[in-house]
Design a protein. Structure first.
Length: 135
């Protein structure tokens, strides 16, 4: 259990840095997409920023538990296992959620696509961290 928690915390820190960098990169590279965050559908109160910062730790804990269950079926070396883990996570969890968000909310396909791509990269990064910390 200790390795699961340590892997989750390490991955959470790495994903937090990645999430903040991803947010700034999205604003810088895709300002047209970033403007959509000013829609009233998004609650941008400063008091809720802590929830944004906790998200990587919640995801990494769930993914760390998932990693323990699937690590033995992943094949290949370090990088292919991390990529396969991230893609598996995206197909199982992220794609269905993005489908629901796009079909139920007034958000653009471009915005949902950026979320999907960032989630795949999150899954791959988490898989690589887990491969190193809890092989």
């Amino acid at each position: 259990m200790k390795k699961i928690l340590i892997a989750a915390l390490v991955a959470g820190l790495v994903l937090l840095v990645f999430s903040i960098l991803g947010l700034y990169l999205t604003v810088w590279l895709f300002p047209g997409i970033a403007v959509q965050y000013f829609d009233p559908a998004f609650d941008v109160q400063p008091s809720r920023f802590m929830l944004y910062c906790l998200h990587p730790f919640i995801i990494s804990m769930a993914l760390s538990l998932f990693w323990v269950r699937v690590r033995k079926i992943l094949t290949g070396s370090f990088i292919p296992r991390g990529i396969e883990f991230g893609i598996m996570y995206a197909v199982i969890a992220i794609f269905p959620i993005m489908w629901m968000i796009y079909s139920a909310m007034n958000v653009s396909l471009a915005l949902v696509t950026t979320w999907f791509v960032l989630a795949i990269v999150q899954g791959i990064i988490a898989g690589l961290v887990f491969e190193k910390v809890n092989p």
